[in-house]
Design a protein around this ligand. Structure first.
Ligand code: DGL
Length: 282
């Protein structure tokens, strides 16, 4: 049960990630749906989520969702695979009915899985993701539901998020870890023709990933698919669409220092933004 009376007036669409990775999703969403207002929340102080347990990722994600609801969002996108894998279902089924049955939380795994059948030719699919997402088996489970018999091979890439969060993703040192995890994935299944970048941070490494992948392999960053799935969702749910304000603005919130977020997010988004630090417990 929420401790606060939630605002009932329309508000921005909430976008949550453990850190900067969700900015890749936000960018695509704003390109597809520029008319709405957005509120981005990065839990940079507690990132990365990838190595954390189910309980902790669930607790942190639920706190973030409650926070975004209390700030006026009716719809929150978990722009984080780790949170989508470990917390989305529990929040949707267990928490939302108590918090407010009319609010919604959506993730990034389903929209990605839905389009894979149109892309793979041989149904050998690789998933590069955090250790938590791979361990959860979420991609395998969802892909098997849509395409029974598909061969799904996961590869955890525990060094990639720290490289990105520390702004080392363009350095020469990053190449070692990019090559290492791609080689490990392809050693497990040499027939893979499609690789899901199953962590919202990874598009920042896409040039290096491409460099170490054979040319015929298709790389699937999620942003555009999440954006078009959201557009479809809002079209099919006018009651939710009416709860989303339209002003084309975006507010950035972080649990870390606002200066640090502002500086790094500006690099990731290629444009200047300003972030505010939020106190985490409320
Ligand atoms: N960007 C996130 C994801 O999509 C999580 C990264 C992390 O915090 O480990 O999984």
């Amino acid at each position: 049960m929420t401790r606060f009376k939630l605002p009932q007036t329309p508000g921005p669409i909430g976008v949550f990630d453990s850190g900067y990775g969700g900015l890749t999703i936000l960018k695509s969403i704003r390109e597809e749906l520029p008319q709405y207002d957005y509120m981005y929340l990065g839990d940079n102080a507690r990132s990365p989520y990838g190595p954390r347990s189910f309980e902790v990722v669930y607790d942190f994600t639920l706190q973030a969702v409650n926070r975004l609801f209390s700030l006026g969002c009716h719809l929150v996108i978990l722009a984080c695979n780790t949170a989508s894998a470990k917390a989305l279902r529990s929040i949707q089924q267990k928490d939302l009915p108590y918090i407010d049955a009319d609010r919604r939380v959506l993730g990034v795994i389903r929209p990605t899985v839905e389009i894979i059948g149109d892309i793979t030719q041989n149904f050998h699919v690789g998933v590069l993701a955090t250790s938590g997402t791979i361990k959860s088996e979420s991609y395998n489970i969802e892909l098997q539901k849509f395409y029974p018999g598909i061969t799904v091979t996961g590869q955890p890439c525990p060094m990639w998020v720290p490289l990105i969060e520390n702004n080392e993703f363009q350095s020469e040192g990053a190449d070692f870890f990019v090559k290492k995890y791609i080689d490990q994935l392809l050693e497990k299944d040499a027939e893979i023709d499609t690789i899901i970048l199953g962590c919202t941070h990874y598009p920042l490494l896409i040039d290096k990933i491409r460099k170490y992948c054979p040319n015929h392999i298709k790389l699937i960053p999620q942003g555009d698919y999440v954006a078009s799935s959201l557009a479809k969702y809002l079209k099919n749910h006018p009651e939710m669409e009416q709860c989303c304000t339209k002003g084309g603005k975006c507010q950035f919130l972080t649990s870390e220092s606002s200066e640090k977020f502002t500086e790094n997010a500006t690099i990731f988004l290629n444009k200047e933004i300003h972030a505010e630090k939020i106190a985490w417990d409320f």
